[in-house]
Design a protein around this ligand. Structure first.
Ligand SMILES: NC(=O)c1ccc[n+]([C@@H]2O[C@H](COP(=O)([O-])OP(=O)(O)OC[C@H]3O[C@@H](n4cnc5c(N)ncnc54)[C@H](O)[C@@H]3O)[C@@H](O)[C@H]2O)c1
Length: 364
């Protein structure tokens, strides 16, 4: 059997990594994830703009290399900015993408691409019409446990996949995102979307989505669902389940993934969700009936390390004129699953993702 420690799960950089990056939106996630990840990878941060100047100033102080802009148009006119890294609330993303595309710049959008499916489609079309590369920041695909599992599944180490489970029971610090309290959709659109995208990355697009959503008895002003269970059935018989609750206020926190197949099993933990956003490294154990369990040591974190992945993938796509691994066109397939989950919950039935309009061909 191959040595598990030989599995190279770390994000891969292209040849050219010195594209100038300009931030639009310089809030929490840029500070504690984008900037440290890019600094570690040696990426070049050249500009920062935020509606609140002090947020852009803080990023400029953190990097020591970013020019602060007071207007988006000025950042876009700067030839040093080759990639625009957008990190704003999803309902502001379209208006920014319109300007970035008009300026002919490549861009990395934040997830979710939009809170409205038709606006996500417009975002994709704008980039296609402008001929610029556009990726979305679904960095969980580069989270160590998920990235390693992908390689192991592709190598046939679990045989035919039969069951996939991601189960998270945590006490999420919702106060970090005050703008989410009034959002009409919450858990699946903003959080489980990472796990649903990861499942699609690992196993492709399912035939059926069945989702149930609920609230915690004391979630106060938080308006939408904070607990969800989503089941995705595949034609092969593979059944995937994503089950998440964000108000485990008294019990032991847990965040596990389990990928079972006809030949083996991959089981592990998602370190970030034990103590967001500090987190801890993931764990991963590989089991086969005829062999002792083998543990793969994972020494990187979802935040910030995995944030290298989407930007590195976008840079490689620019360099080689190919599709980024998290292209926004492909992301419409993940968003179709999110829409299917909400339709399923609202109508108490299972939904085929194809029922959702503008379903695009899957690359995964
Ligand atoms: N793991 C992840 O992928 C992850 C984690 C957290 C947040 N996010 C996403 O990142 C985005 C930002 O989240 P955050 O936690 O940094 O929020 P935040 O509230 O801390 O920061 C958002 C920033 O955007 C600025 N802003 C808003 N509209 C703007 C506009 N039109 N132009 C310029 N600046 C604007 C605000 O002034 C603020 O500084 C959200 O879409 C969120 O869903 C992703």
């Amino acid at each position: 059997m191959m040595n598990l420690q030989d599995i190279d799960w770390r994000p891969k950089l292209g040849q050219k990594t010195d594209y100038g990056i300009g931030f639009v939106g310089c809030g929490g996630i840029v500070h504690y994830a984008h900037v440290p990840a890019y600094q570690k990878a040696g990426f070049r941060i050249v500009a920062a703009y935020d509606l609140k100047r002090e947020a852009a100033e803080a990023v400029a102080n953190l990097t020591g290399t970013a020019t602060i802009y007071d207007h988006l148009d000025d950042l876009l006119a700067d030839p040093a900015v080759e990639i625009v890294d957008i990190a704003v609330m999803p309902w502001h993303q379209l208006e920014i993408v319109q300007k970035v595309a008009a300026a002919g710049k490549h861009m990395l959008c934040q997830k979710p691409l939009s809170d409205q499916f038709d606006q996500a489609v417009q975002i994709v079309e704008l980039a296609q019409a402008a001929g610029v590369k556009q990726a979305v920041n679904h960095q969980m695909r580069w989270d160590a446990g998920i990235a390693a599992a992908k390689i192991m599944i592709e190598k046939g180490m679990i045989g035919q996949p039969t069951d996939a489970q991601i189960q998270v029971s945590s006490a999420t610090p919702w106060h970090m995102w005050p703008w989410l309290a009034s959002a009409p959709r919450l858990e699946v659109q903003y959080h489980s979307i990472h796990y649903i995208d990861a499942i699609r990355f690992l196993f492709g697009t399912p035939e059926w989505v069945t989702s149930r959503h609920a609230k915690y008895a004391r979630q106060g002003e938080v308006r939408a669902e904070t607990k969800s269970i989503t089941i995705m059935d595949y034609a092969s018989g593979l059944q995937a389940m994503v089950a998440v609750n964000h108000y485990n206020m008294h019990g032991e926190k847990s965040a596990i993934f389990r990928f079972l197949g006809t030949e083996g099993a991959i089981e592990g933990t998602i370190g970030l969700m034990y103590n967001y956003p500090t987190g801890r490294p993931d764990t991963l154990v590989y089991n086969r009936q005829d062999q002792p369990p083998v543990e793969l040591t994972l020494d990187e974190m979802w935040i910030p390390d995995a944030f290298v992945g989407p930007m590195a993938g976008l840079m490689s796509a620019i360099e080689t004129d190919s599709d980024p691994p998290t292209s926004t066109a492909d992301n419409l397939n993940t968003l179709s699953l999110i829409e299917a989950a909400y339709l399923s919950a609202a109508e108490n039935r299972s939904v085929r993702p194809a029922e959702i309009g503008n379903h695009h061909a899957s690359r995964a």
